[in-house]
Design a protein around this ligand. Structure first.
Ligand code: FES
Length: 333
């Protein structure tokens, strides 16, 4: 049996920046097209702690960097568990994980980051998952269950064969804290969101992760909910991320270094800065991870990310995807 030594390594900010090489200890087929990858430290050291809702960046062998939510219990320090749905016509990350990663391989993994945290003020938690979007919510189920909080998970999939983690959810299914909804691919059998939301009491916080259609439906149905009580985790860019036309582009200025660069249509701020020798830290480059968050001082950004709250948008911009409706956008860097 392997030994895991909690606290035997002092993870610092530098470690977090550098990422880690983690060993693939096991791979499990969880449902149709879904595999979990159990990642541990090669010397069985404890891993950096994470909170429910966190994700890590994984360097897919020979492919892109992809973000995957951690779906094991946050109290577990000896492993990270990620689940990957194979999408054959995707951007290459999931097929790379399914085809090129084996037990015993080492993967480059970042420290956990969290933009989908449980709200400390919530009296009740309603979790709505669609398909592989269940992964961050599964960690939430573990965390909420451990603290005996009031929660309910509604997990929507096409069929029972497409439903992962039923073994881990079994006890909660029996207790009525988790319910499954299968639509068999028929849109007319989609979850009755309005009926579900009509039963929610004041003080409930809602967390949703799933396909763009489900997220949009939840967004529409909760438009009247209190600000800050509905939380989304976007795990892939939707069509909404299509760059808007901005004429001839705009100018980006760096307040501290004094640089000034033209950002033409079709190129991102990051592209332009890098081309001019300005180092930029990024990960997803799709507006879903928050790594490129940058404060701005002047101008009117056209935000196109899935991360910033409307309050944060008044101060920060994600420069991998944002554009500008003003002629000049001044960044505080
Ligand atoms: S790099 Fe991920 S949001 Fe910009």
């Amino acid at each position: 049996m392997s030994m895991y030594v909690a606290g035997s390594i002092n993870w610092t900010a530098a470690h977090a920046e550098q990422g880690m090489q983690l060993l693939v200890r096991s791979i499990t087929q969880e449902a149709l097209g879904i595999r979990t990858f159990e990642l541990v430290h090669p010397h069985r050291n404890a891993l950096p702690a994470f909170e429910a809702g966190a994700h890590v960046d994984v360097q897919v062998p020979g492919g892109p960097v992809r973000q995957y939510s951690l779906c094991n219990a946050p109290a577990e320090r000896y492993r990270y568990l990620i689940a990957v749905l194979r999408v054959d016509r995707g951007r290459g990350g999931s097929t790379g994980m399914h085809q090129h990663v084996d037990v015993g391989d080492l993967l480059e993994v970042s420290a956990p980051r969290n933009q989908f945290e449980l709200a400390g003020v919530a009296q009740r938690h309603l979790l709505i998952a669609g398909g592989i979007g269940v992964t961050p919510l599964l960690a939430m189920v573990e965390a909420l269950s451990a603290r005996q909080a009031d929660f309910r998970l509604v997990y929507c999939t096409r069929s029972i064969d497409h439903t992962a983690f039923t073994d881990r959810l079994e006890e909660h299914l029996r207790a009525g804290r988790v319910s499954l909804h299968h639509d068999d691919g028929d849109p007319t059998r989609a979850l009755d969101l309005l009926a579900l939301l009509a039963r929610q009491e004041d003080g409930t916080h809602l967390y949703c992760c799933g396909p763009a259609g489900l997220m949009q439906a939840v967004k529409n149905a909760t438009a009247h909910w209190a600000v800050g009580s509905v939380h989304f985790e976007y795990f892939a860019p939707s069509s909404a991320s299509t760059a808007p036309a901005d004429g001839d582009g705009f100018e980006v200025r760096l307040a501290r270094s004094g640089g000034s660069y033209h950002v033409p249509p079709g190129r991102s701020i990051i592209d332009v800065l890098r081309a001019n020798g300005v180092a930029c830290e990024t990960s997803c480059e799709a507006g879903v991870c928050g790594t490129c968050r940058t404060p701005y001082l002047e101008g009117t950004p056209l935000h196109q990310d899935f991360v910033l709250t409307s309050q944060e948008q008044t101060k920060f911009v994600l420069i991998c995807c944002a554009r500008s409706s003003s002629a000049v956008l001044v960044l505080d860097r």
